[in-house]
Design a protein around this ligand. Structure first.
Ligand SMILES: [Zn+2]
Length: 53
């Protein structure tokens, strides 16, 4: 899957990187789910890494 460069994290506006079936923010490390091939860039749906909890 090619990510458009216009897709950024809605929280910190950093670039996103594909990670398995999710998108990982390069800034805050939030993980956004990909549902039916579409990234769900909603802060409420994001998963924060345990290391930042
Ligand atoms: Zn972010």
């Amino acid at each position: 899957m090619q990510l458009p460069e216009t897709i950024v994290c809605p929280v910190c506006f950093s670039r996103l990187a594909e990670s398995e079936d999710k998108l990982r923010c390069l800034g805050c490390s939030r993980l956004y789910p990909i549902v039916d091939g579409l990234p769900v860039l909603l802060p409420g749906r994001a998963t924060l890494p345990a290391s930042q909890a």
